[in-house]
Design a protein around this ligand. Structure first.
Ligand code: GRG
Length: 302
């Protein structure tokens, strides 16, 4: 199965989990149509579905149940989408284009966009709890998988990374150590958690060599992803990317390109891809999806 194949599975399931809602006054325990449709606007706007595809591919590689893995995979995409909605807000990155569409707050207003993000985050947790309860035979694995996803997205993960990113931008100070904290938490953690969540569902513990190898892949892949993101902000095409380009330099952000230059950033990306490739050794031929992913990420245009 390729990234596209997994993405198509995720697309269908997300569409079922958050169908279009009709405009009517909500019942006591119902989601308002406005909130539903604002969440859906950003969730169903395309996107590579990279994180859920990684979770499903890793579950397949390790022999976990794909049926059980589907909800954590979709939940992760909901959390990722919430982070994009909030990142685009005027108080954060203040962007008007995302996934090829006007950003959520441009269409629904700032208040509703904040709620759409909050809604996607809480719906993700609600769905994962339901999934754990539906699979009592794998209670420990389910809870551990959820823990990885929630912690990776949380205060010592993505939210923490975003916090320091905003802080450094406002204060105009950032050294290499702080930059690696930001990249590791804002970007890489959400690419490590799908692998660890799949490992947890398959019954692996954090002490196992498999868990450690997957973590090493996730770290290097996550940093590679960020390096390529920084490179694309300089050389990418706005239409193909579906988001604004050139903002990093305009805002004086400390990126891989700012730090190492364009060629230096490319070299750094190659080195990270090499590290990630090496960490797949314990999985042999079963890791074909993750080897291909390295090539497609290194050469991605969107
Ligand atoms: C608001 C808590 C909070 C966090 C924001 C999303 C984010 C964290 C920051 C966006 C800034 C940025 C460019 C981060 C680099 C990595 C990243 C998240 C890129 C977008 O992910 P893709 O390329 O997007 O997987 P699609 O749309 O394909 O899902």
């Amino acid at each position: 199965m390729t990234l596209k194949d997994y993405a198509a599975l995720v697309e269908d399931r997300l569409n079922e989990l958050l169908p279009e809602a009709a405009e009517k006054t909500p019942g006591i325990d119902e989601t308002p149509w406005l909130l539903n449709n604002a969440m859906r606007y950003s969730l169903m706007a395309g996107g590579k579905r990279l994180r859920p595809a990684m979770l499903l591919a890793c579950a397949d590689m390790l022999g976990a149940s794909r049926e059980e893995a589907m909800i954590p995979a979709c939940a992760l995409e909901m959390i990722h989408t919430y982070s994009l909605i909030h990142d685009d807000l005027p108080g954060m990155d203040n962007d008007t284009l995302r996934r090829g569409r006007p950003t959520n707050h441009v269409v629904f207003g700032e208040g509703q966009a904040i709620l759409a993000g909050d809604g996607l985050l809480s719906l993700a947790v609600e769905l994962m709890i339901g999934n754990v309860m539906a699979h009592p035979d794998n209670y420990a694995g389910g809870i551990r998988a959820m823990n990885e996803i929630v912690r990776g997205a949380g205060v010592s993960g993505m939210v923490g990374g975003q916090c320091m990113d905003l802080y450094c931008e406002r204060e105009g100070l950032c050294d290499e150590r702080m930059l690696s904290y930001i990249h590791m938490n804002k970007t890489a953690r959400m690419l490590i958690s799908p692998l660890r969540a799949a490992a947890a569902l398959a019954g692996y513990a954090p002490e196992s060599p498999e868990w450690k190898a997957l973590t090493a892949y996730g770290v290097n892949f996550g940093l590679l992803f960020q390096a390529v993101d920084d490179i694309l902000d300089v050389v990418g095409d706005e239409k193909t990317l579906g988001k604004s380009v050139g903002k990093d330099a305009a805002e004086g952000k400390l990126t891989y390109v700012a730090l190492y230059g364009l060629e230096g950033a490319r070299k750094r990306a190659d080195a990270l891809a090499g590290e990630a490739r090496a960490s797949l050794a314990p999985f042999g031929g079963r890791a074909a999806f993750f080897l291909d992913l390295l090539d497609s990420m290194a050469h991605r245009a969107s």
